[in-house]
Design a protein around this ligand. Structure first.
Ligand SMILES: Cc1cc2nc3c(=O)[nH]c(=O)nc-3n(C[C@H](O)[C@H](O)[C@H](O)COP(=O)(O)OP(=O)(O)OC[C@H]3O[C@@H](n4cnc5c(N)ncnc54)[C@H](O)[C@@H]3O)c2cc1C
Length: 390
């Protein structure tokens, strides 16, 4: 086994690290507010900057403007983006990943040509509309439906908690087209452009964390789309969503890692400079042990992410459960690291404007989004029982 990066991966890590520290990180505090026109402008600028570095096209085919890099290399770059600004990472990922990847894997050439170049260049933003007010963990329990009338699909329903919905140019909307096909089986995914009559987004939610990444509801009221809005085969939407979320979990694990690393770095720096009892607080064993734990949490998260990414790239049948393991561990590690970083900052860590206060709030989403920790544990336990059970 070889733990070395390739030369290209090393270059990518260095480039992204330098670029994100200079261009993305300084804006992270300004983005941390209830989304408004100014923060939307900042977010779009950040997304375009990442596009200029090739970030949004890493997972996409060259013919649409991408570079077709492997998942492991994407995680290496992603850690640097997330470390600099978790909100920018989330919105960029929802656009080129949650919206872009289903197009890459299941879209027609025409659909790819129409949407992917704009997504990869950062000119356009996409979103992924699965969750509904009554269906989160139980994604097959959605109520949105689409009926064929006069050659058009008419979509009705409500989506909620959708990352990028307030700023998106296009959304992937999951809706039942056949209620009799059984839970999940009759779901179809539709590409719906934001200007389509009957497609309305709600006001951005006032969130605890990831405030720079706008989230809202989507209301679909007799929203009519043509046959060519159907992604892949009708009835395959649930399988497409689950496949996308396997990648999404590696992506979510990577934002967790970025938050954990940023927390560790901030705590290390503060503990070196802050003096109490006549010496830097990092000389106290209780503080040093926290830093040691943070180092192990970040390194283990990284190893699990790389392993899951490697499994995905090599077609390992374990890749889905490994993505759940990485997401579960990295999300809990991010929460622990952000919490320890606040503790090391003492009262200053509790004040608005202190970087670890933001990281602490951002970290809380990690155990909820893209499948809660309880759902991940259920997936991992189910897999174990299948392997070793009766
Ligand atoms: C900021 C943010 C951004 C998001 N972005 C998107 C997006 O872009 N697109 C999208 O489609 N969705 C998005 N989501 C939705 C997200 O995926 C869901 O919030 C998540 O899957 C949980 O669903 P829920 O909130 O309805 O909670 P619920 O499913 O109602 O869960 C509530 C609690 O019950 C537990 N629970 C539920 N079922 C079980 C079970 N079987 N076993 C054990 N415990 C269980 C959960 O673990 C949790 O603790 C986003 C959410 C947030 C907060």
């Amino acid at each position: 086994m070889n733990y070395d990066f390739t030369e290209d991966q090393r270059l990518i890590k260095d480039n992204f690290s330098r670029f994100c520290r200079k261009e993305i990180e300084p804006k992270a505090a300004s983005l941390d507010r209830v989304p408004d026109k100014e923060s939307e402008k900042l977010l779009r600028e950040n997304i375009k900057k990442l596009a200029s570095l090739g970030y949004l096209g890493m997972a996409h085919e060259e013919k649409y403007g991408g570079s077709g890099l492997d998942t492991l290399t994407q995680s290496i770059a992603g850690e640097e983006v997330a470390r600099a600004c978790a909100s920018t990472y989330l919105s960029a990922g929802a656009s080129c990943g949650l919206f872009g990847l289903p197009l890459r894997h299941f879209g027609s050439d025409e659909q790819k040509r129409k949407y992917l170049p704009g997504i990869i260049s950062g000119e356009k933003i996409g979103c992924f509309g699965l969750t509904e007010p009554g269906a989160g963990s139980d994604a097959a329990g959605i109520n949105t439906r689409a009926e064929k009338k006069g050659g058009k699909w008419i979509i009705n329903g409500t989506k909620t908690f959708i990352t990028n919905a307030p700023v998106a140019d296009a959304a992937l909307i999951f809706a039942y087209t056949d209620r009799n096909a059984g839970p999940g089986s009759g779901i179809t995914s539709f590409i719906v452009e934001s200007g389509t009559p009957g497609f309305v987004t709600g006001k951005p939610f006032d969130k605890m964390g990831f405030r720079g990444s706008p989230t809202s509801e989507i209301f679909l009221d007799n929203c009519a789309v043509d046959e060519d809005a159907v992604l892949g085969q009708p009835g395959r939407g649930f399988a497409q969503a689950m496949k996308t979320l396997e990648y999404g979990r590696i992506g979510m694990a990577t934002v967790c890692l970025g938050i954990a690393v940023a927390s560790m770095e901030a705590a290390e720096c503060y503990s070196r400079e802050r003096q109490q009892f006549g010496k830097p607080i990092n000389r106290f064993q209780e503080v040093g042990f926290k830093l040691a734990d943070m180092m192990i949490y970040t390194d283990l998260s990284r190893l699990l992410i790389y392993r899951a990414a490697w499994a995905k790239d090599t077609g390992d049948p374990e890749s889905a459960v490994l993505a759940s393991c990485a997401k579960l561990f990295a999300s809990e590690a991010a929460a622990r690291c952000a919490d320890m970083a606040v503790q090391i900052h003492g009262g200053y860590g509790y004040m608005k404007g202190c970087v670890v206060e933001r990281l602490f709030r951002d970290a809380r989403l990690c155990e909820i989004g893209e499948g809660t920790s309880e759902i991940q544990r259920g997936i991992i336990a189910g897999d174990l029982i299948k392997k070793y059970g009766a």
